[in-house]
Each structure stands twice: as structure tokens, then as C-alpha cells.
Design a protein around this ligand. Structure first.
Ligand SMILES: Cc1cc2nc3c(=O)[nH]c(=O)nc-3n(C[C@H](O)[C@H](O)[C@H](O)COP(=O)(O)OP(=O)(O)OC[C@H]3O[C@@H](n4cnc5c(N)ncnc54)[C@H](O)[C@@H]3O)c2cc1C
Length: 269
């Protein structure tokens, strides 16, 4: 199926975008990590969302999600790993699955932390961002999983299930990936482990890694007043476009991005 709009990220911005795409009568698929892994879920009390003072982040997220679901948005749980345009459509890979859409709303929040030394250099030569995609290549081998979320632990269990010997680093910092031609070791917090593969399972991908050629401004996605990026049919909303990093701004930008993405998709027909 070709969706009118693919939404990457199921936080306030992405859910607002999806609900507004559906309000324009267009199809929307939200690709996202589980809501409990988003930042707002951790907010004990949100006092500045208009009309709902004192609500918890989890309550707000649950209501946002229910609204988008009731509007008819579809959901695919997982992490978007890459996006490319072929013809007039966008193709987004999510684990081993590829989904297709006419327009995309990028609402992936902010990526915290920089790449580790050696990560970019050894990408595809032992460094991977997807256990279910590349795990079979490392059967019987010793691999490191660097995980930051409960989903990462599930992916580590998947690797063990296919016969990898897994060393798990929970929320590691100060890591270095070593190797000349391919991965030979990883060092995290002074601990060195000899491994042949390193799976970096962060909750998010840097926007520029997801969409090669995407224009950034100070590390955030550059957008115009229509929330359009420099790439055709790609809109962005929420924290990924810059501050203030707040729910109301994310929801408002999601509305604009969703409406403009729906119009873009409609114009292609
Ligand atoms: C503890 C805490 C308290 C806060 N309190 C408040 C408050 O009181 N008031 C307020 O206004 N704001 C508050 N915030 C900020 C607020 O949570 C954010 O501004 C808001 O959630 C941004 O929404 P967003 O949709 O842009 O991004 P996010 O909420 O970050 O949502 C993005 C979603 O996309 C997912 N994702 C990212 N990359 C990918 C990918 N490649 N594939 C699939 N999914 C992906 C992420 O896991 C996440 O679920 C708080 C934040 C925290 C951490």
C-alpha cells in the first residue's frame, strides 16, 4: 500500500500531524518507537499545555495517541532507519520492512548525544543500527549491543536467539569503536570488549542520517513557515525543528506539517 503521508515519530508532533492528515481525508502511517520510550512519558506533571494543567505526560500522550487512532491513523512500531525517494514516492525502511508514501512528516524529536569515535568510519563494517536486519551476519560471533531503551534489550535477546554471543552495555557513554578494516573491539567507560559487531540501538536516528541531503540549521531541521524542508514532500515538526522544546509548539507544528503534507500528497494524484 502507498500511504499519502508517512509520519516518523509518534510523539506530540507526529500524532498531531497524523490526526490532521486524517482530517483532510488522507491516509497516514505513524512509524514510531513505543510511546513509553518518548520523552513526554517521563514528565510527572505538565502545567503549560493549554486547558489541561496538572496532567501527567503519560496521560497526555495516551490522549494524543487515542485521538490519532480514532481519526484512523495507522501505526507501525519500530525505528525508521533510512529514507529515500524513488520516482515521486518516499520509501522508509523500518527494520526489515519497507513502507511507501507520497509525503513524509519527520517528527522524531531531538537526538541526544554525538556519534562515538569509529562509528561512522566502521558503519557497514561491523557497526549496525538494526539487530533484526543484520543479526544473521553475526551468528556464532561475539557482538556488543549498546542500548538505551527497553526495545534495545529485546533486540539483544533477538541476537542471542539467532546464535550471537552478546555483551550488553546499558546506556553507555564515552565509547570508542576500534578496528582497522572492520570492527575489532569496543571500549565503553574504560571497559574493552573484543567483538566483531557493534549494534548501536539508540531511540532515534540523526535527521541527516535518515534523510541524506536534508538541510540542517544549528543541528535542527531547517523548515519554512509551511514546515517544508529542502527535500520535496518532506515536512518536519516538533523538537526536531528547534526550540522551544515544548508540547504546544510540537502540536502546532504537527498540525501545519500534517495539513501541508496531505495537500502535497493530494496534488500528486
Ligand atoms: C522529563 C520531561 C519533562 C517535560 N515536561 C514538559 C512540560 O511540562 N511541558 C512541555 O511543554 N514540554 C515538556 N517536555 C518536553 C516535551 O516532552 C517535548 O517538547 C515534546 O515531547 C516534543 O514532541 P515531539 O513530537 O517533537 O518529539 P518527541 O516527543 O521526542 O517524539 C518523537 C518520537 O519519535 C520517536 N523516534 C525518534 N526517531 C525515530 C525513528 N527513527 N523511528 C521511529 N521513531 C522515532 C521517539 O522515540 C519519540 O517517541 C518535557 C520533556 C521531558 C523529557
Amino acid at each position: 500500500m502507498v500511504y499519502d503521508v508517512l509520519v516518523i515519530g509518534g510523539g506530540p508532533a507526529g500524532l498531531s500531524a497524523a490526526q490532521n492528515v486524517r482530517a483532510r481525508g488522507r491516509t497516514a502511517l505513524v512509524i514510531s518507537n513505543p510511546p513509553e520510550e518518548g520523552p513526554l512519558w517521563r514528565a510527572e506533571q505538565v502545567d503549560n499545555y493549554l486547558g489541561l494543567p496538572g496532567v501527567t505526560g503519560a496521560e497526555l500522550m495516551t490522549a494524543f495517541r487515542r485521538h490519532a487512532e480514532d481519526a484512523g491513523a495507522e501505526f507501525l512500531e519500530g525505528k525508521a532507519l533510512s529514507a529515500l525517494r524513488s520516482g515521486e514516492d518516499w520509501y522508509v525502511s523500518v527494520g526489515n520492512t519497507m513502507v511507501q508514501g507520497k509525503a513524509v512528516v519527520l517528527a522524531a524529536g531531538v537526538v541526544r548525544g554525538k556519534k562515538f569515535p569509529g562509528e561512522a568510519e566502521l558503519l557497514g563494517r561491523g557497526v549496525s543500527y538494526c539487530a533484526t536486519c543484520d543479526g544473521m551476519l553475526y551468528r556464532e560471533k561475539r557482538v556488543a549491543v549498546l542500548g538505551w531503551t527497553p526495545s534495545a534489550k529485546k533486540e539483544a535477546a533477538f541476537l542471542e536467539g539467532v546464535g550471537c554471543r552478546v555483551v550488553y552495555f546499558d546506556k553507555p557513554r564515552d565509547c570508542v569503536i576500534q578496528g582497522a578494516e572492520k570492527v575489532e573491539a569496543v571500549v565503553c567507560g574504560g571497559v574493552t570488549e573484543a567483538v566483531e559487531g557493534v549494534f548501536l540501538l539508540r531511540p532515534a536516528m540523526a535527521p541527516g542520517d535518515l534523510f541524506p541531503g536534508l538541510e540542517l540549521e544549528g543541528g535542527f531541521v531547517a523548515v519554512d513557515r509551511n514546515m517544508a524542508t529542502n527535500l520535496p514532500g518532506v515536512f518536519a515538526a516538533g523538537d526536531c525543528t528547534g526550540g522551544p522544546l515544548q508540547v504546544s509548539k510540537a502540536v502546532g507544528e504537527g498540525l501545519v506539517a500534517g495539513q501541508k503534507a496531505a495537500a502535497f500528497a493530494a496534488a500528486l494524484k
